[in-house]
Design a binder for this molecule. Sequence first.
Ligand SMILES: *[C@@H]1O[C@H](CO)[C@@H](O)[C@H](O)[C@H]1NC(C)=O
Ligand SMILES: *[C@@H]1O[C@H](CO)[C@@H](O)[C@H](O)[C@H]1NC(C)=O
Ligand SMILES: *[C@@H]1O[C@H](CO)[C@@H](O)[C@H](O)[C@H]1NC(C)=O
Ligand SMILES: *[C@@H]1O[C@H](CO)[C@@H](O)[C@H](O)[C@H]1NC(C)=O
Ligand SMILES: *[C@@H]1O[C@H](CO)[C@@H](O)[C@H](O)[C@H]1NC(C)=O
Ligand SMILES: *[C@@H]1O[C@H](CO)[C@@H](O)[C@H](O)[C@H]1NC(C)=O
Ligand SMILES: *[C@@H]1O[C@H](CO)[C@@H](O)[C@H](O)[C@H]1NC(C)=O
Ligand SMILES: *[C@@H]1O[C@H](CO)[C@@H](O)[C@H](O)[C@H]1NC(C)=O
Ligand SMILES: *[C@@H]1O[C@H](CO)[C@@H](O)[C@H](O)[C@H]1NC(C)=O
Length: 803
Amino acid sequence: MHTSWHGMLIRMTRSISQASWASPQSAPRYLFLLLFLIISPLAALSAEDSILRFVDPLIGSTNGGNVFAGATRPYGLAKAVADVDGQNTGGFSTDGSNVRGFSAVHDSGTGGNPSLGNFPLFPQLCPEDEVNNCAFRIGDRATPYVADSVVASPGYFAVQLESGIKTSMTSSEHAALFRFEFPAAGDGEQHPLVLLDLTDLWQSRQNATVSVDAETARMTGNGTFLPSFGAGSYVMHYCVDFFGGQVFDNGVWVNNRGGTEPKDLYVTRGFNLFFLEAGGWARFAGLANNTLTARVGISFISADQACRSAETEIPSPLDDFDRLVQEAEDAWEQKLSPISINAGVWSGVYRTMISPQNYTGENPKWDSGIPYFDSYYCIWDSFRVQHPLLTIVDPAAQVQMVNSLLDIYEHEGWLPDCHMSLCNGWTQGGSNADVVLVDAYVKNLTGIDYELALKAIIQDAEVEPLEWAFHGRGGVQSWRDLDYIPYLDFDPVGFGTNSRSISRTLEYAYNDYCLATLAQGLGQTDVYDKYVARSANWQNLWKEDQTSAIRGRDTGFTGFPQPKYQNGTWGFQDPIDCSALAGFCSLTSNPSETFEASVWQYQFLVPHSMSTLIEYMGGEEKFIDRLNFFHTSGLADISNEPVFSTVYLYHYVGRPGLSAKRVHTYIPSAFNATNGGLPGNDDSGSMGAFVVFGMLGLFPISGQDVYLISAPFFEAVNITNPVTGKTAQIKTVGFDAGYENVFIQNVTVNGEPWTKSYIGHALFTEGWTMEIVLGSQESSWGTKLEDRPPSWGEGAKILSTML
Ligand SMILES: *[C@@H]1O[C@H](CO)[C@@H](O)[C@H](O)[C@H]1NC(C)=O
Ligand SMILES: *[C@@H]1O[C@H](CO)[C@@H](O)[C@H](O)[C@H]1NC(C)=O
Ligand SMILES: *[C@@H]1O[C@H](CO)[C@@H](O)[C@H](O)[C@H]1NC(C)=O
Ligand SMILES: *[C@@H]1O[C@H](CO)[C@@H](O)[C@H](O)[C@H]1NC(C)=O
Ligand SMILES: *[C@@H]1O[C@H](CO)[C@@H](O)[C@H](O)[C@H]1NC(C)=O
Ligand SMILES: *[C@@H]1O[C@H](CO)[C@@H](O)[C@H](O)[C@H]1NC(C)=O
Ligand SMILES: *[C@@H]1O[C@H](CO)[C@@H](O)[C@H](O)[C@H]1NC(C)=O
Ligand SMILES: *[C@@H]1O[C@H](CO)[C@@H](O)[C@H](O)[C@H]1NC(C)=O
Ligand SMILES: *[C@@H]1O[C@H](CO)[C@@H](O)[C@H](O)[C@H]1NC(C)=O
């Protein structure tokens, strides 16, 4: 078995320098599937078996995963890939659409509008070698790609167009390197053309410039664009140089015509927002091996800085390609090295380190002299599992990200909920950066000013910004006076989408609980008392007699959150609205009292007070029935982040075995290693992180020092803390590859019995050894009341007595 695996590994091994266009590049996904189907105890990988071979950047490249599939370094600003005209939110997709360009900056896994993809290049041969026979506009030039020519691995991406032009690419931190290999010339002379388009994927460009150097064809300039899910605008600068041939001629193009004069162009959007396609172009002669190399530097500061970064990071473009790929591979290998498993889980971890992006030295608004990260896209998605995973495998980066959030707070006045391209993104629910900060605190990340964090979080809780659409909270006055966010709130203080009163109430309640946690830790008891009381506010929207029917049939469950007017009168939202059974709701499409999920979904999101919730739902058996019904009726939306924790909530009624069963159902039915193997947007690696935690047999409750323990998908896993150097070991006894034995019989930690169904972060920081005995039947492990995960306000209906 091991040898046949090895054969597959070898088959996908490729020499970057002679990118083998016909090589089957999909071996890693076979491996991944094999893991599910025929896994058996394997020897640990030998040193020469790079874990990168298990990373398949194409997982989630179609079917709405929106992952960035191209070449990048961990958290790199430069992200090179082919951009298609189909599902192009992350640039490329294996959806069989056409390639419209090759660009150097992207986001990964996001929803919203297609993100970045600025200043794409496009290579072509002009019929009869006539410039104006070339296709300039996107609609004219977009060309299908040869499906089995796609090669994607960490730090490398290549694809061949049906025009015969092969493009391979790699990247440094702030620059991308593209190699365009043209088909051998037929009859007549040919001067290959490469154009630069003053656009981005979304065609959000407001105005832009290009200057083409007549001698060298260097193209420099900038453009003002709109963030893909946010407010305001940003300016991006570029610097493109060409290598490997002589410059034949060059100039600018507008619409479908190019000319050699002028060499400079400024385009804007007219008063009617007319969008003119335009850019620069250059043709070349005497290409060695028919190959033209283009180096693209990107900066948010200036074109000069873009040129400088490109020249520094890629000084010899004709020789640097393999070195850049190697450096990217080394960087990825190092980032993935904390996890040691008998076989691979790395694609998911890989994707958590594509974004946020390291924009240190690239922030035109301020420079605090500390690392600066951007592309928090969006924290409503990423606070749940992506940041908790980074806290385990790359705590140093997580500290820098937390400090960047505080840096944004200090300079922009508020913690963001979403931030991309140096702009504020739209807030989806609560002020969930609060949870990220407190999660860092409860896991003892050092080098963070937690007093400042407390100040920032208290501001979220107390001060309403004028535009709470993109930071802070809305309805702060009502929250204070009524202890819930009212339906159709009267809120003259600030402006935002006046919807989501139920989901905001639930999220604000948890945000306040996190605030209380931090205050308690910092010894501020009065602050703790105030906010822990407020964390019970979710109870005020619990309508005890609310029922729910599907197509006229009562589901049999009573008591659901409902909207409530300011005067205390109940409103109504059908509990199944905004689920797959009843249509989608977002900020703009069908805005409702819950965001992107139903009342059925949100009712479970009380992570701090589950025991009270269970009581509200009629006790343990009823709770289990309700959770089972949710997961099996079409109401659970596994494609969106709020569902994650519900997979594991059985732990809170002493049935951890049911959680394990549930995880082992969703993986692989909804999460698997195919190109379409993500059920929804990856959201900066959130889906990937959910799978990784599932496979490790742990689930983090972000904001609490709690990991719920479940049955791992691997016989053994080691995770080395890169800061302390200590190694946590998770081992199983009775592991079986068919996953019949997913029920925990008992657990020991460092050889001592561990009866609790959860464990803290010390597992990682202290390098504990956890041994999990698995069996085919549920056991009594984790069932006792005192062994269940913590709940604040055990069973007490705190507020019902006060109302
Ligand atoms: C470019 O567009 C932005 C955003 O619309 C605007 O603020 C800026 O003034 C424009 N710059 C020029 C030079 O037209
Ligand atoms: C963009 O480029 C033009 C032309 O080089 C220059 O005049 C302008 O100042 C640049 N804009 C910014 C914001 O740097
Ligand atoms: C052209 O290709 C040959 C054979 O693959 C190789 O030896 C040579 O280095 C290449 N030249 C350049 C300039 O890339
Ligand atoms: C974990 O580390 C221990 C101690 O170094 C080692 O014996 C074991 O083989 C490792 N397991 C894995 C899965 O790497
Ligand atoms: C981000 O980049 C800065 C500047 O190069 C560096 O100091 C910092 O360590 C980087 N952060 C990470 C997590 O790689
Ligand atoms: C409360 O306000 C709602 C919405 O304005 C209204 O329909 C309802 O009748 C009011 N209830 C009372 C008791 O006044
Ligand atoms: C893989 O996951 C996708 C996305 O959730 C799903 O549509 C597909 O059915 C799954 N495939 C398998 C073989 O389970
Ligand atoms: C753990 O469970 C296994 C299987 O039920 C049993 O053989 C073993 O004695 C148990 N160990 C402890 C420490 O309870
Ligand atoms: C964090 O530090 C405190 C105080 O030293 C300690 O009690 C706690 O266990 C630590 N938590 C973790 C997750 O290491």
